[in-house]
Structure formats: structure tokens, C-alpha cells
Design a protein around this ligand. Structure first.
Ligand code: CO
Length: 185
């Protein structure tokens, strides 16, 4: 079972390395194990038996002790047209290729499986981004256009690959400052 690296560990502050493509069997097994962990973290029964496990929507390789540019994302994202919509990606070498000037932030703040302490304040991110990556679930290179919550989750996870944690973005002098060109999610 994977063990989550906490933010007291300097390993989380390193810039991660590109992963060679096509994926080696070892890297493929690792990203699939990360997804399996993330899905287990969303299982209420599992969490009851393993109180150290917290529920997450994303996980990056450095959070499980690997200095590699890989991340997984999984959560339900129901819409009016598709009430069963779920977002799942197993991304390798993700790169943000376009972004909006407009910002978005989570009203309730962000959390992270590697961060146990509470860090209150708004984390401003780009409202809309385009990400280019290899997706192990689809077995090909993809482009994702993400807005709002979806864009926030992707930016949070991609930050991990660059040694950045969500609270680095909180203004210590004015943590709940409102930016003009921003929307609350
Ligand atoms: Co995190």
C-alpha cells in the first residue's frame, strides 16, 4: 500500500522529472496504483477501517515518494445533461499550454492529502486552462480544456510536480483578499 508523504518532508519541494514515453511497465504500474489508492480514499468503509487515510480527488507521484511528473485525478462531476459524469485521468508529463487571465478560487479553501495542518485563505488559480499530457487511461496524448473546479484541481496537482503546495499561494498578510477578476467556486 502506498504511503502519503507529508509536507514536513523536503522531498515534496523538489521539481519532478519527466517520465519517458512510452511508459515503462514499472511507471504504468505506479500510476495505476496511485489511482487505486485515490479510489480507496473515496470509499467510506475503507476510511472507517483506516483512519489515517483521508479522502482526496487528486494525487501526484511525489506525494507517494516518487520524483516523477505523474498525477491522477478522480471525482464525480455531475451536470444537468449527465448526472453520472465522473472525471478520471492518469496524466504523465502534464503541461499547461494556455490559461485565462480570469481567476477562480474555492470559497472553502483547498486541502491536500500531504497537508494535515489547516491553512486558511484563498488560493487563486487560473479560471480556465488547457493541459496537454499523456493519459494512461486513454492510452494516448490528450488536451484537456478545464474550467472552474476542474481547472483548480489540475493546477493543484501540477503544482506538486514543481514542489509547490497550495498554501504557498495564500497571501500571509491578507489571506481572504478578494481579487477583482476572480470567481468563487
Ligand atoms: Co495536494
Amino acid at each position: 500500500m502506498l504511503k502519503i508523504v507529508k509536507d514536513s518532508n523536503p522531498q515534496l519541494r523538489k521539481k519532478c522529472e519527466e517520465v519517458p514515453l512510452p511508459l515503462s511497465a514499472e511507471h504504468k504500474a505506479l500510476i495505476e496504483e496511485m489511482m487505486a489508492y485515490l479510489k480507496l480514499s473515496q470509499d467510506d468503509e475503507y476510511r472507517e477501517k483506516h483512519p489515517e487515510c483521508r479522502e482526496g480527488v487528486g494525487l501526484a507521484a511525489p506525494q507517494v515518494g516518487h520524483n516523477l511528473r505523474m498525477l491522477v485525478i478522480a471525482y464525480d462531476a455531475p451536470t444537468e445533461e449527465d448526472p453520472n459524469k465522473r472525471i478520471e485521468y492518469e496524466l504523465v508529463n502534464p503541461k499547461i499550454t494556455a490559461n485565462s487571465i480570469k481567476k477562480a478560487f474555492l470559497q472553502g479553501g483547498e486541502g491536500c492529502l500531504s497537508v494535515d495542518d489547516v491553512h486558511e485563505g484563498y488560493v487563486y488559480r487560473d479560471f480556465k486552462i488547457v493541459v496537454e499530457a499523456y493519459d494512461n487511461l486513454q492510452g494516448k496524448k490528450i488536451h484537456i480544456t478545464a474550467r472552474g473546479y476542474d481547472a483548480i484541481v489540475l493546477q493543484h496537482e501540477i503544482d506538486h510536480l514543481n514542489g509547490v503546495l497550495f498554501y504557498d499561494h495564500i497571501d500571509p498578510k491578507d489571506p481572504f483578499k478578494r481579487l477583482d477578476n476572480s470567481v468563487a467556486i
